[in-house]
Design a binder for this molecule. Sequence first.
Ligand SMILES: Nc1ncnc2c1ncn2[C@@H]1O[C@H](COP(=O)(O)OP(=O)(O)OP(=O)(O)O)[C@@H](O)[C@H]1O
Length: 262
Amino acid sequence: MHAHTHSHSHDHTHDHVCWGHSTHSTAHHHRLEVSNLAVSYRDIQALQGINFRTECSRSMALIGPNGAGKSTLLKSLAGLVRPDAGKILWRGKALVSSSHEIAYLPQRGDVDWNFPITVRGLVEMGRYPNLGLWKRYSKHDEEIVERALTAMNLLDLQKRQISALSGGQQQRTFIARALAQEAHVLLLDEPFTGLDKPAQEALSQLFRELTKEGRLLIASHHDLQTVPSIFDDVLLLKRQQVAFGPVKEVFTEETIKTAYAS
Ligand SMILES: Nc1ncnc2c1ncn2[C@@H]1O[C@H](COP(=O)(O)OP(=O)(O)OP(=O)(O)O)[C@@H](O)[C@H]1O
């Protein structure tokens, strides 16, 4: 684990980021390819036959009924669950779970919001994968944390405990941590759940900005109505893949019916 963190710390240059102002575009290298993915928990086949390709600057919704495998797919992309079969390639290589390029935000219910840590403290944790074994938290790290807090409009709240935040503020704190990590790929498990309308609107605006900057966003989502306004692509699933593609093309009455049919 530490060895991975270490080996990744050196390839952290601006040529490798998919956002920013690099003159030679490398965006086409920043592709995520999943082929024939299958995941099971002991005797439960949670997922099989998952196939899709996407890339930086796009956002993708994972849609399906309870137990369809949305969280399982996000966890396998985050390297937290080991697939039984299939491949996950990020930038042409097998995904390494400790890569700082991938950030994972668990479902709200899976987070211990009473854990004693401040907003700033949580965002600073985003720098750890980038530090390597011997490096110290530097001025540069501090600047990145500051920028992430600013971007998420959290400067005024930075000293607050995460337990004393609203749901929307908590989501922004986790996204700020992903920004501090300089993640290219954001994997979010039901980020809109528990947010009121204004907070949802703010979060979808934020999604648009993050993808415009060149990040790849993948989120499980429950509200079918808001899919077209938030996401570019959709993967409908029900333990198996029902459909994948641009929302406009594949998010149809028919595919939705297939995914939700009992
Ligand atoms: N740790 C686990 N051990 C055993 N079975 C699990 C585990 N996690 C998930 N499962 C099972 O795998 C299947 C897929 O679950 P998953 O949580 O991925 O679905 P989901 O689409 O995210 O559901 P929801 O919308 O309810 O969050 C379910 O049948 C679930 O019970």
